[in-house]
Design a protein. Structure first.
Lengths: 194, 179
């Protein structure tokens, strides 16, 4: 039996995320990171990183996948339904209103100005959330063996991280699907027992 | 009703074959919305896509809502939106339910060390791309650094940053035009 209060809290958090996350699925990430610090019992940063990986490797919009996953983790199937619907509700309302004033809206000076500053700020927000994920994925909780020689970094993870960042910077590999890289990293993890 | 079902079906298929979101959606949209059903022209699709990008919410979902609304008003908007989120709901729920059982195996834990590193790398790559395309002036760079610091260093809330950034844009725009 899922507590109604939890579902209401999920609805509130995801409605807020849907209303404010602008610029695609990754823009929901800073809000999810904020949730894990506000509601530590929901999910840890490590679990969030797993959820992002699964969401990137399965079909569907990234933001919807991550929200559905969080919802399921916190409150089962009712949770995943509540989160997905709460996330899309604000944008459905906004789009229905906007599509009636389509032309006027596009050329509105104030809105253009607002987006001029929103885009770089959102980039900073995604970078901050990304930083959290990178820290989580590269640092060992308890240094051991060779890892203690170079501090608390997980060397295997650092190598995978550096290799994939480098690969994504190659122009010819731009179209390479993320799922290929994720799968390769999973294989490396198993083979080298990371 | 028939129209709504068709919208639901078309966006259900888009949701099912969409990976990661963003620009990977365009070819799918073209096939379902322009070629197969003639619901919108290629130019209209791009317009919706651009607006979907700068309105709150998930781009793919926003674009679905737009096309649905154009085709059949509010019921159409709701049908298309439900269509695009439906595959995610089913697939993720199944995976999430299974994952908790699989997570006990050693091999799965090893795999996820690698997968987490890959996820961090993919987000880093996305941030590099965003900086290259969207942060092209000193003012933009300062804004980007300030919002990064506000959250990563000072533990601020993204809610406040988003609202503050939009307000700064409106106010700053005013002043620059008044000079």
């Amino acid at each position: 039996m899922t507590c109604l209060k939890t579902l209401l809290t999920l609805f509130y958090e995801f409605f807020l995320t849907g209303a404010l996350a602008t610029g695609g699925g990754l823009a929901t990430l800073p809000f999810l990171a904020r949730m894990s610090s506000r509601h530590p019992e929901w999910f840890t940063t490590s679990e969030l990183t797993n959820m992002i990986a699964v969401s990137e490797s399965t079909p569907g919009p990234l933001g919807i996948n991550m929200s559905t996953y969080v919802g399921f983790k916190v409150a089962g199937i009712p949770g995943s339904l509540v989160c997905a619907f709460a996330l899309v509700l604000p944008s459905v309302v906004v789009i229905i209103i906007i599509s009636r004033f389509l032309v006027k809206y596009k050329n509105n000076r104030h809105i253009q100005n607002a987006f001029g500053t929103l885009r770089p700020a959102v980039t900073g927000l995604i970078a901050a959330a990304g930083w959290l994920v990178v820290k989580e994925s590269l640092l060992l909780r308890a240094p051991s063996g060779i890892a203690s020689l170079v501090g608390s970094f997980d060397i295997g993870a650092v190598i995978i991280f550096a290799a994939i960042v480098a690969l994504t910077q190659i122009k010819r590999l731009e179209k390479l699907h993320p799922v290929v890289l994720i799968a390769a990293a999973a294989v490396a993890g198993v083979v080298f027992k990371l | 009703m028939k129209k709504n079902l068709k919208l639901f079906g078309a966006f259900f298929r888009i949701g099912l074959f969409l990976f990661g979101g963003g620009y990977s959606m365009l070819p799918l949209l073209r096939r379902e919305v322009v070629d197969k059903n003639g619901w919108a022209t290629q130019e209209e699709i791009l317009d919706y896509f651009v607006i979907g990008q700068c309105t709150p919410g998930i781009i793919a979902v926003n674009t679905a809502t737009f096309v649905g609304h154009k085709k059949n008003g509010v019921p159409g908007a709701v049908s298309a939106t439900l269509g695009i989120i439906f595959p995610s709901l089913v697939i993720i729920t199944i995976i999430a339910a299974l994952f908790e059982n699989f997570a006990r195996f050693d091999a799965v834990r090893h795999a996820f060390v690698g997968i987490r590193a890959a996820t961090g790398a993919l987000i880093t790559a996305a941030v590099i791309r965003l900086i290259k395309s969207g942060v092209r002036s000193v003012r933009a760079l300062l804004l980007c650094l300030a919002s990064f610091a506000a959250v990563a260093v000072f533990g601020g809330s993204p809610v406040v940053v988003v609202i503050a950034a939009a307000l700064i844009g409106v106010v700053f725009g005013f002043r620059r035009r008044g000079e």
